[in-house]
Ligand binder design. Structure first.
Ligand code: ADP
Ligand code: MG
Length: 471
């Protein structure tokens, strides 16, 4: 559906932001959409120290500028159909106004890590990716994107940026594991929490423009393309205004069951109940990431607990407009309120269009035996895992952890567990739009995970003309 660009850039052609007929996932971290994109050829990066001999180091200066608080209104306002050429240019200019400062903040944060940590080859690779991405944007600063040729070239830069940072998670995981002697787990979690949240926002901004670009025709004739992506009229850029969580759950369930079959030789079952026809406005890629990670955990626990015959039960409940805390599980001891959500509107969260946006709560209930009490306090730490490839004692040798990471990187994320990033990163995605994740374990029995998502806001759809109004 994504139309090839007139100028035929390899970087852009590989992207496909629209849902496919198959259950192929395109979520940002599980890498399963990676085959959709051809590998990108780009020049070998120079070491940043060489670069400094020639170029002015602008990151410290840029990082002094405050981050522009993102709002969803900003993200959708350029995408309102009919998408005019002017709106597309405005979107490009808006995107350009945000990204260099965001990248510079990340560069400075990486530089503030202990020197021995930034020198680690894996962390350094991520650092160089940021330097590289910033250097590709700098030539655009101080000029105006004023015609569609500019816009195409700028979109190519964005596509390369998104591509460059795709495989960050296993690389960072490996880097921090190799550096664990020099930096404490709590420092790592603090750094990653900020870094990965910022990364969500930066990618979202870039991907939103790329998707808007694709929703226009190459020659951009508004008369020929009155609505973004006519085949999927509910999309505004990367936001699906009528996202049906049940469909995402089923396609992610198929994907994760496949991984289980490869790993364990069994295929756990799942049931979707509650109100499966619920729809709300959300970013499908984000929901795919979260649901894939939560199902991996639920399926793994189910299989390892020998409970394959018990399906994982996923209950979908539309959230009434006022935000209510998730109800305590029925018939169980009322534990401390499982609301783990913290400061949803930190500086890298996005304000919803409307505080009363309808949302959805999804409960994933497995019979996987629950979480050991001594494990429970650690589950939100980046890189904490009880997964070992060799079925040894939990938390076995670091060589084992490294081999898990290596296979995670090689398999494009299709490992069942082992990075220890699933829960904390899923929570970061959920909190991005003001939602949250809470885990309630009944040790010896199973686990309930409550995923609460706030919709991105009220986007009214006028079905008679298929024109949409964003309030
Ligand atoms: P990973 O899956 O790579 O280990 P996660 O962050 O997804 O990392 O989960 C961290 C740990 O939390 C897991 O290793 C597991 O011990 C525990 N856990 C998470 N979800 C469940 C569940 N549904 N049942 C039992 N244990 C769980
Ligand atoms: Mg996991």
């Amino acid at each position: 559906i994504a139309r090839p660009l007139r100028l035929g850039s390899r970087a852009i052609q590989g992207f496909n932001y629209w849902p496919r007929a198959s259950s192929t996932l395109q979520n940002p971290e599980n890498g399963s959409g990676a085959h959709l994109r051809p590998p990108l050829q780009r020049p070998q990066l120079r070491d940043h120290k060489d670069r400094h001999h020639h170029d002015v180091d602008v990151a410290p200066h840029l990082a002094k500028q405050p981050l522009h608080p993102l709002s969803l209104a900003d993200l959708v306002k350029h995408g309102r159909p009919p998408l005019s050429a002017e709106a597309l240019l405005a979107s490009a200019r808006f995107t350009l106004s945000l990204l260099p400062v965001r990248l510079a903040h990340r560069i400075q944060a990486l530089r503030n890590l202990p020197y021995i940590v930034v020198s680690n080859p894996n962390i350094n690779r991520i650092y160089n990716n940021y330097q590289h991405s910033l250097s590709t944007l700098l030539p655009w600063q101080g000029r105006t994107i004023s015609n569609l040729d500019d816009e195409i070239r700028f979109t190519e830069v964005l596509a390369e940026l998104v591509q460059t940072h795709t495989d960050t998670i296993p690389i960072l995981a490996r880097g921090f594991l190799e550096c664990r002697k020099y930096i404490s787990p709590s420092e790592v979690t603090r750094f990653l929490d900020e870094h990965l949240r910022a990364r969500i926002g930066t990618r979202l901004v870039a991907e939103q423009h790329i998707a808007l670009h694709f929703s226009s025709t190459p020659h951009f004739d508004p008369a020929a393309s009155p609505t973004p992506c006519p085949e999927h009229p509910s999309y505004i850029g990367v936001i699906d205004t009528a996202l049906r969580p049940a469909s995402i759950i089923d396609s992610c369930g198929d994907f994760v069951a496949e991984i289980c079959e490869l790993n364990y030789g069994v295929r756990p079952r799942w049931i979707v109940d509650g109100e499966p026809d619920t729809t709300f406005a959300f970013v499908p890629m984000h929901l795919e990431y979260i649901v894939t990670e939560l199902l991996k955990n639920a399926f793994r626990a189910t299989v390892e607990n020998g409970m394959n015959r018990e399906p994982v039960v996923i209950t979908i409940a539309p959230e009434p407009p006022e935000v209510k805390p998730p109800p305590p599980p029925q018939g169980q001891v009322h534990l401390a309120q499982p609301k783990e959500s913290r400061g949803a509107f930190g500086r890298d969260a996005i304000a919803p269009l409307d505080d009363n946006a309808p949302g959805v709560t999804i409960r994933i209930r497995d019979r996987g035996g629950g979480i050991e009490p001594d494990v429970l306090p650690h589950i939100w730490s980046y890189s904490f895992t009880t997964f070992t490839e060799s079925d040894d004692v939990p938390g076995a040798g670091s060589e084992d952890a490294l081999s898990v990471i290596t296979s995670a990187a090689n398999n494009g994320g299709s490992t069942i567990a082992g990075l220890g990033y699933g829960l904390p990163l899923s929570r970061a995605y959920a909190e991005y739009f003001g939602g949250g994740i809470a885990v309630q374990s009944l040790h010896g029995w199973g686990t309930d995970v409550y995923l609460q998502l706030k919709g991105v806001g009220k986007i009214e759809q006028d079905t008679t003309t298929s024109a949409r109004k964003v309030l």
